[in-house]
Design a protein around this ligand. Structure first.
Ligand code: DGJ
Length: 724
């Protein structure tokens, strides 16, 4: 609920359990009086604590020396060069050549629902009652720049969604040098910063560090959100954990270069900003033009990180993921990659399909290697026609055979890439991302296609859609296997060259939008060498994302834990592979967390393995609804415990729960009781492990004895609790 209290000039943005309070201060400065657990008060002047000048902090002359300085006030949207010396959210170069930027309150309106900021992906409402939006127009009278701040506030979810639209209402062009989506000023530095670092095959590893004076943060300059850092950060009260402490989560709905920076200033207050990375960014704004920033999702929890994550999960499941497969059950798939790599033909894939069908698998996905002359990764990206040496008679023969088995059929593409050894590159060498006078760097033998260009997008859409509309394709894995260097487009004039990275992302989104609209029945799975583009922007177009190329079940644990900080189980592609680290039982228990599949040669499985795989297929169906619509509780973090990892899903009505425990390393301590979380203390549950009936109170306070259940390296157990 959003209210404006005119006599106090205060905006109160209340969710069920949180309040976010903005005041219009003297001279139109917007300041943030409070962000945290819900407070009912409408007079919050007692909290206006930090506006007065400190030595060396410049005062606003109209208010009077020493009366107000933007340098210490909690500024709602900090600007550059006008008295606030901390990191700024907004810096715009004007016709005089300087970047002094100073926007003040002009007007506001409150409306039901959420703004549609297409073509950027965004949080949407299913009906206008779910959320309200506050729009505050701020303006810089000298330059004519208008910054319109948007806040969408969900009633039932403790989330505030923010973005900013910049409009040049002046009489001379402007250049945007920094345009962050969100800025939050907190009154202390007593927080730890949690971020998710990673690399290929080691994505989204939790990193926790206490805030320190000065700057700290994460960014991507890779052209994509990247393996290296996810566009997510959380601040948690020092000493806080899954259940305790104030947690503030920030996640950008953006797939390109980003920056999330925190600064602790000389007064030990904390500013955090999140948005497009200002490095290699500048946007020219002619008179009358607008620029829209991506959204930042802000989530608050007074009960630690667990509740913060569950809020993200609910929001993304209901208000970000779209299309048929938002609600429809996702097919359990088998992917050819780890089983065959580039070495397959129609008969081999048909045999995979026959064995997969017999195991209860529902879809066959033909991965990389089906097109042009591609038998390894050195060529053919951009030439999206079938290789008839591998698939004699064309794709239709294979698709028909797989469908005749009663399986769905999926295909792999890497639309934004081009091999130097391809017909497309030979015809259009200027279609790859490049800058004049430099040889583009090569990575995995490929260049990046310049999808900021409409003609390039038209070509790729044309090639791919002729395949997708000719055959009955049920699923598309959309891959992206390098980062972007020598970033530039042949069509961009030099003065706009720093617009390239953002234009590239807008082009990517346009291409994805065209495909999802033209082929609404196809299930899209995003991928970037595993989870190199695992971000909310991609989730808007593809309801599931391949989490990692690492299918080792033990190494997967921290990856899935980290991913779960903000992304729901339904979004995590998690497959059982032939990886020998553990048996199939544990591989299946780990993969059960996400959207399921197999990366193995089903023909080679022995009878015992087949039985375990069949059991995992049955478990997938049995627990599908619980895992997708239930609440996640992270119980033992694999990065904090040398021996075990554990998590649980609990249904919304708390009538059913599923606990998974994996032993990473045998513990010398043979006694192991695990305390459940999230159950109803008054309810009684039947435990599938021993058939006993126990109260939720006992299971959560006393725990369940798992000493014998999974004692050895690589063992695992799944335990179901059902209300009796
Ligand atoms: C990277 C992906 O993560 C893999 O699953 C596979 O699709 C390969 N690309 C194919 O080249």
């Amino acid at each position: 609920m959003i209210s404006y209290i005119p006599e106090k000039k205060v905006f109160k943005l209340d969710t069920k359990n949180s309040s976010y309070i903005i005041a219009i201060f003297q001279e139109g400065y917007l300041i943030n009086d409070y962000y945290g657990a819900y407070i009912p008060d409408t007079d919050i002047s007692a909290l206006r604590r930090r506006n007065r000048s400190a030595s060396f902090s410049p005062s606003n002359a109209a208010i009077g020396e020493g009366a107000f300085t933007p340098d210490t006030a909690p500024m709602e949207y900090s600007t550059n060069g006008a008295g606030d010396m901390r990191i700024s959210a907004l810096a715009v170069r004007n016709k005089d050549g300087n970047t002094v930027t100073d926007v003040r309150y002009k007007s506001h309106r409150i409306f039901a629902g959420a703004p549609d900021i297409s073509p950027l992906p965004h949080i949407y409402t299913n009906n206008d009652n779910e959320a309200d939006t506050l729009e505050i127009v701020t303006a810089d009278p000298y330059t004519g720049l208008e910054a319109t701040l948007y806040y969408t506030v969900f009633k039932e979810l403790d989330a505030v969604i923010r973005c900013v639209k910049l409009t040049n209402s002046g009489d001379a062009p402007l250049d945007i040098e920094r345009a962050f989506s969100a800025c939050v000023d907190l009154p202390s530095m007593d927080y730890d910063l949690i971020t998710l670092w990673g690399r290929h095959v080691k994505e989204r590893q939790e990193q926790r560090r206490p805030l320190a004076h000065g700057l700290q943060g994460i960014h991507s300059k890779r052209g994509v959100s990247s393996h290296a850092q996810n566009p997510f950060a959380a601040l948690i009260s020092a000493g806080g954990n899954e259940e305790y402490g104030n947690a503030y989560g920030f996640n950008l709905v953006y797939s390109g270069n980003f920056d999330i920076s925190a600064e602790v200033d000389h007064n030990a207050t904390t500013r955090i900003i999140a948005g497009i990375n200002p490095d290699d960014f500048c946007w020219h704004l002619d008179v009358g033009e607008s620029f829209q920033t991506p959204q930042c999702v802000q989530v608050f929890s007074a009960n630690g990180l667990g509740e913060m994550s569950r809020t993200f999960h609910r929001l993304y499941s209901n208000n970000l993921i779209r299309g048929r497969y938002k609600t429809e059950k996702r097919p359990l798939l088998i992917n050819s990659w780890e089983a065959a790599y580039f070495d397959f033909d129609t008969d081999k894939l048909t045999a995979f399909g026959e064995h997969a069908k017999e195991l209860g698998i529902e879809m066959l996905v033909m991965d990389d290697g089906w097109f042009a002359k591609r038998n390894d990764d050195t060529n053919s990206l951009g030439d999206w026609y079938v290789n008839e040496k591998k698939l004699p008679g064309g794709l239709g023969v294979l698709v028909d055979r797989i469908h005749a088995l009663g399986l769905k059929f999926g295909i792999w593409y890497e639309p934004e890439m081009i091999s130097p050894d391809s017909d497309l590159y030979r015809a259009h060498p200027d279609w790859c991302v490049h800058v004049p006078g430099r040889v583009p760097s090569i990575s995995r033998h490929q260049y990046v296609l310049d999808v900021s260009r409409e003609d390039v997008r038209d070509n790729i859409f044309g090639q791919m859609s002729s395949v997708l509309s000719k055959y009955k394709i049920d699923y598309l894995k959309w891959d992206f296997n390098r980062n972007i260097s020598e970033a530039g487009s042949a069509l961009l004039p030099p003065e706009r060259s720093k617009e390239f990275f953002h234009r590239f992302i807008l082009g990517t989104y346009d291409l994805m939008d065209r495909f999802t609209k033209a082929f609404p029945d196809i299930l899209f799975e995003n991928c970037s060498g595993g989870g190199g583009r695992f971000d909310p922007g991609m989730l808007y177009f593809s309801p599931q994302i391949w989490t990692s190329d690492n299918t080792d079940p033990i190494e997967r644990l921290p990856i899935q834990f980290g991913t779960s900080y903000c992304y729901p189980a339904s979004s995590m592609g998690a497959h059982v592979s032939a990886n020998p680290r553990t048996g199939y039982k544990t591989k299946a228990a780990v993969a059960l967390w996400g959207t399921g599949g197999f990366e193995l040669d089903p023909v080679k499985l022995n009878e015992e393995e087949r039985a375990t795989v069949r059991q995992s297929v049955a478990d997938y169906h049995r627990y599908y609804d619980l895992i997708r619509s239930g609440d996640l509780y992270r119980l033992i973090n694999p990065l904090n415990d040398p021996y075990r990892c554990a998590w649980a899903f609990v249904s919304a009505d708390k009538a059913q729960a599923l606990l998974t425990v994996v032993t990473m390393r045998k513990s010398e301590n043979t006694l192991f009781f695990l305390k459940m979380k999230g159950l109803c203390p008054e309810k009684y549950y039947k435990c599938s492990l021993d058939g006993g009936v126990y109260s939720g109170a006992l299971l959560m306070n006393g725990g369940i004895d798992l000493s014998e259940a999974c004692p050895d390296d690589g063992d695992s157990v799944i335990v179901e609790f059902g209300e009796v």
